[in-house]
Design a protein around this ligand. Structure first.
Ligand SMILES: [Zn+2]
Ligand SMILES: [Zn+2]
Length: 279
């Protein structure tokens, strides 16, 4: 079935996004894990505005060049017979499962690169300067990072020959998992232990938002927790504890990250990475 031009695909993505967002926001109100450092209103407006601009950039890219969206790229690869899975005759569900797992590995790799390569870190740092950690942090990615991320996904999708439905499924899961593992709600510890065997939990990903570099350079996974264990980048718990640990980046523990203009300009401001290296 043609997915790239389907209205239901967009409706599915939007309803899953708003549904999970609402559930996470309510859980944060009902059973918060930490007391927020800042009032929510301005942070939320800024984070959601950054997400809106990112979504608009992707739409613009799609308008300028039709196949420039991961799903369209998948449909194109399929029609041209490109990519590994389009050469194989494996059952559809096996290819979809493998594509979703391998796309997750690709995003893990991209995330590691975003921390190690200075120019990528400049963009990705916008995500890490959030001074609190909640469901809106999940969508706080600089629009240029969103665009680069889409290009990387297209390369992987075409190389794999992932089907359009595998890509839709992956993107919906990635979106949902990101909102879940950034949510500031107290998942019972026993449940965290069980879920963490497979998926990245809020307690696991919160370590990745620590002010300490030895912690924020670990737990890179977004969906599956296996990659961090496999590649030895796993930190079980934060040194200072979940309630006391400081979230954000040294030099930016102020109100600046709650401002939209500052957040968008940050990648182009003079770098202060050398200071952070001391953490
Ligand atoms: Zn990161
Ligand atoms: Zn994060």
């Amino acid at each position: 079935m043609e997915v790239s031009s389907s209205i239901s695909e967009g409706a599915l993505r939007l309803s899953v996004f708003f549904g999970i967002f609402l559930v996470m926001a309510l859980l944060e109100l009902a059973m918060p894990r930490r007391t927020p450092n800042r009032v929510k209103s301005r942070r939320w407006l800024t984070n959601l505005a950054i997400a809106g601009i990112g979504a608009a950039v992707i739409r613009l890219m799609a308008l300028l060049a039709v196949p420039i969206a991961a799903v369209a790229a998948a449909a194109w690869a399929q029609s041209e017979g490109w990519g590994v899975f389009n050469q194989l005759d494996w059952p559809g569900w096996v290819e979809i499962l493998l594509a979703v797992i391998l796309l997750d590995l690709a995003i893990y790799g991209q995330h590691v690169a975003s921390h190690k390569i200075p120019v990528l870190w400049r963009l990705h740092k916008v995500h890490h300067t959030d001074v609190d950690f909640d469901v809106t942090t999940a969508v706080r990615f600089h629009p240029v990072e969103i665009a680069l991320s889409m290009l990387w996904k297209i390369v992987v999708v075409v190389a794999l020959g992932a089907s359009p439905w595998a890509v839709v499924l992956f993107e919906v899961i990635l979106n949902g998992c990101a909102m879940f593992n950034h949510a500031n709600f107290a998942l019972p510890l026993w449940l965290d232990r069980i879920v963490r065997v497979i998926l990245v939990t809020p307690d696991m990903h919160r370590v990745h938002h620590s002010i300490h570099r030895f912690e924020h350079d670990t737990n890179f996974g977004f969906n599956l927790s296996v990659w961090d264990r496999l590649f030895n980048t796993y930190t079980d718990q934060p040194r200072d504890g979940h309630v006391k640990m400081v979230i954000g980046q040294k030099n930016h523990l102020n109100d600046s990250p709650t401002r939209l203009g500052w957040s968008l300009r940050l990648p182009f401001l003079p770098s202060q990475r050398s200071d952070e290296d001391q953490n």
